[in-house]
Design a protein around this ligand. Structure first.
Ligand code: PLP
Length: 225
């Protein structure tokens, strides 16, 4: 049988990703059937951007799917994603950390998160500024403020530009910050180990810069409507 277009695109993406980098298939706006087709090819980690969409789709799909919440999360929507999301990538403020921590304590189990860092030259991307994080982690007990959370690393999005040198530079800056965070000792234990960066247009640059997780939609599923 001829491989399907999905099968071909998926194989191509997987071939471009080294074994130590995790592939998260970004399934926002995709139907449950499209997700099921990729699941049938072996993919288990999927990324969603919108709380309502995640909440609606997850129960219709196999329970061994690992859902990554990769969008902007409003505090009022935290309850929609907790209990479903395996990892929340876009935690972009201390107020959101506070809210997640409160909910995690109610839930009675730790919640796994990444801190989103603003690395792009764009107003529209969310995140902590690198300077802010550098300053805050110097303060004693920084990460202990949120005992209900496990902060596993950093996430970032490069500027949406055709300037590859700029993108490479932004990823290199995030990778540098990631190493500094580890060296700071502010996140004790070994679990601060994930650097989520890279999507369809820039995953090669992200991997070269040290990404441990790429979030890829278009290259797998085709163009979004
Ligand atoms: C949509 C999205 C992606 C995937 O984008 P593609 O260009 O389709 O690969 C990755 N990360 C985030 C945060 C997104 O919103």
């Amino acid at each position: 049988m001829e491989p399907s277009a999905l099968e071909e695109r998926y194989a191509r993406v997987k071939a471009a990703i080294p074994a130590h980098v995790k592939l998260i298939a970004v399934s926002k706006t995709r139907t449950v059937e499209e997700i099921r087709a990729l699941y049938a090819l072996g993919q288990r980690a999927f990324g969603e951007n919108y709380p309502q969409e995640l909440k609606a789709k997850a129960p219709q799909l196999p329970s061994d799917i690992e859902w990554h919440f990769i969008g902007h999360l409003q505090r009022s929507n935290v309850k929609l994603v907790l209990g479903i999301a395996h990892l929340i990538h876009g935690v972009d403020s201390e107020r959101l950390l506070d809210e997640l921590n409160k909910r995690a304590q109610t839930l009675g189990r730790p919640v796994d998160v990444l801190l989103q860092v603003h690395i792009a030259q764009e107003e529209t991307k969310h995140g902590f500024s690198p300077e802010e994080l550098r300053t805050r982690v110097q303060e004693p007990g920084f990460a202990e403020q949120w005992p209900g959370l496990r902060i596993h690393g950093l996430m970032g999005m490069a500027t949406n530009t055709g300037d590859r040198a700029q993108i490479a530079n932004e990823f290199a800056g995030l990778a540098r910050l990631f190493k500094e965070m580890i060296a700071s000792g502010a996140f004790p234990g070994r679990s601060f180990s994930e650097l989520s960066m890279g999507m369809t247009g820039d995953m090669d640059l992200a991997i070269a810069a040290g990404s441990t997780m790429v979030r890829v939609g278009t290259a797998i599923f085709g163009e979004r409507d």
